[in-house]
Design a protein around this ligand. Structure first.
Ligand SMILES: [Zn+2]
Ligand SMILES: [Zn+2]
Ligand SMILES: [Zn+2]
Length: 455
């Protein structure tokens, strides 16, 4: 397959020039670049909800694949060790975890299997600041001693006691460790060469849960097919093969998949820059829906695209992202999706309900009207209208709501209504938490705004 893939079909060659990649709205974020007002602390706050786990997990059901070979222990950390884990910096904790997990993976001969997990921790470690910490080397060694006796699962639960470390990352590590157990948030069943069945929830998921995190496999300029070809050729063979297993909506039963076809079908735009394309092996397999239950978030510091559940999702439901801004009316959505090689047949498009379409038409107008509205009182009304329409349409995309709530916050501020402003800032913060996670720059910025109004 990879041999045939290197020849580009002529029809795709000609259309590639005008091709606009999917996911244009994945990273739309009007707040990036906003600086905290003077006088506000630059210190990141600790992660909400972190540190609330029990000391020893009550969930004994799922042990990780490492623990089946070694480290079955279940130990109770003493008071000193508990105090240390609560006060250490994220960098210190991740450093310890990385050392422990690497050692166990090595011992179990499963280093390759665990490599993506280790890489994820390492990536986070490389951007987390050492921070202020007055923990002595002796305390750290004491902590390491007890952690080395814990099962991996207990170790992760224990690590969650640390308020400075992103619990989403720790959960991701745990899910990867337990492999096919019930903790894994999703699977890709029934994917074949011609049919991409997409991602399916393997357990009930909660709004705001981090489901996937992935670096781009390829990143290229949409204009430059030669660059795409060169980057593809430079990939290891197994990656080339995995990429060519992704769907090609432009090929039919009689024609071979092409590299450009696969790329056009699966690429996301990079950071909302129209010409920059990214391809992901796992995240590209999420299907599109005009009423999606998941959303993507680009994390600039980590260099990864993350996928978050944007609503509570029952086990067994398909997980869908969106490849075009779903606030658009049907006609505009379909025009865009057809450039990706498919006609959307999601329930919203199949239903073709004129009332639904009118609501989206209005929502799409509001995307422009709210930020350009000069009367703050009127802007607030438009924000409320936008929330009502989104509710009626069942659109729960947190990032969209975060941006809209933030606009209400600035409107209230400009009218001097600080109490109301505080409520909107808090809402924007909660949406950002769900759509980007606690670690994202946007969430940290909004958090500082919201914290000014908390009593
Ligand atoms: Zn283990
Ligand atoms: Zn649709
Ligand atoms: Zn956002």
């Amino acid at each position: 397959m990879s041999g045939a893939a290197t020849s580009l079909s002529p029809s795709l060659r000609s259309m590639a020039g005008s091709f606009v990649g999917p996911g244009e709205s994945l990273t739309v974020d009007l707040l990036v670049g906003i600086r905290p007002p003077p006088g506000l602390s630059e210190e990141g706050s600790s992660f909400p909800g972190a540190g609330t786990e029990p000391w020893i997990s009550s969930d004994e059901g799922h042990e990780c694949f490492l623990c089946r070979c070694c480290h079955n222990g279940r130990v109770k950390p003493d008071k000193k060790q508990r105090a240390t884990v609560k006060s250490m910096s994220e960098a210190q904790l991740l450093d310890l975890l990385l050392a422990q997990l690497s050692m166990r993976a090595q011992e179990a001969g499963r280093f390759d299997t665990l490599f993506p997990v280790l890489q994820a921790i390492h990536r986070r470690l490389s951007v987390s600041s050492a921070g202020e910490s007055n923990i002595s080397g002796a305390s750290l060694r004491n902590l390491e001693k007890v952690m080395s006796k814990m099962s991996c699962q207990q170790m992760i639960f224990f690590a969650k006691k640390n308020p400075n470390t992103d619990p989403g990352l720790l959960q991701l590590v745990m899910d990867r460790l337990t492999g096919s157990s019930a903790n894994t948030p999703m699977s890709f069943p029934g994917s074949s060469v011609w049919l991409c069945a997409g991602a399916v929830a393997t357990r009930p998921l909660t709004a705001g849960e981090l489901l996937a995190e992935e670096e781009p496999l390829l990143q290229w300029s949409g204009e430059d097919q030669d660059q795409l070809q060169q980057l593809f050729d430079a990939l290891p063979l197994d990656k080339q093969r995995a990429m060519m297993e992704l769907q090609d909506s432009f090929a039919d039963q009689d024609s071979e998949k092409t590299l450009l076809g696969v790329a056009c079908t699966n690429a996301f735009t990079f950071q909302n820059e129209e010409e920059e394309r990214c391809l992901y092996l796992e995240i590209s397999r999420f299907n599109h829906s005009c009423r999606p239950n998941c959303e993507g978030s680009w994390d600039e510091r980590l260099g990864v695209l993350q996928v978050y559940a944007c609503e509570d999702i029952p086990s067994g439901d398909e997980l869908c992202l969106f490849y075009t801004d779903v606030r658009k009316p049907r006609q505009l959505r379909q025009e865009k999706l057809q450039t990706l090689g498919f006609t959307c047949a999601c329930p919203v498009c199949r239903g073709a309900d004129p009332a639904s379409d009118r609501r989206r038409e209005r929502l799409w107008q509001l995307v422009e009207e709210i930020p350009s509205c000069e009367d703050p009182e009127e802007a607030l009304d438009l924000v409320r209208e936008s929330f009502e329409l989104s509710d009626e349409e069942g659109l729960n995309i947190s990032c969209f709501r975060e941006v809209t709530a933030y606009q209400a916050y600035t409107s209230c501020l400009s009218m001097g209504r600080t109490e109301e402003a505080g409520k909107w800032a808090q809402r924007a913060y909660e949406f950002s938490l769900k759509g980007h996670g606690p670690y994202h720059a946007t969430t940290k910025i909004i958090s500082r705004h919201a914290s000014r109004y908390r009593s």
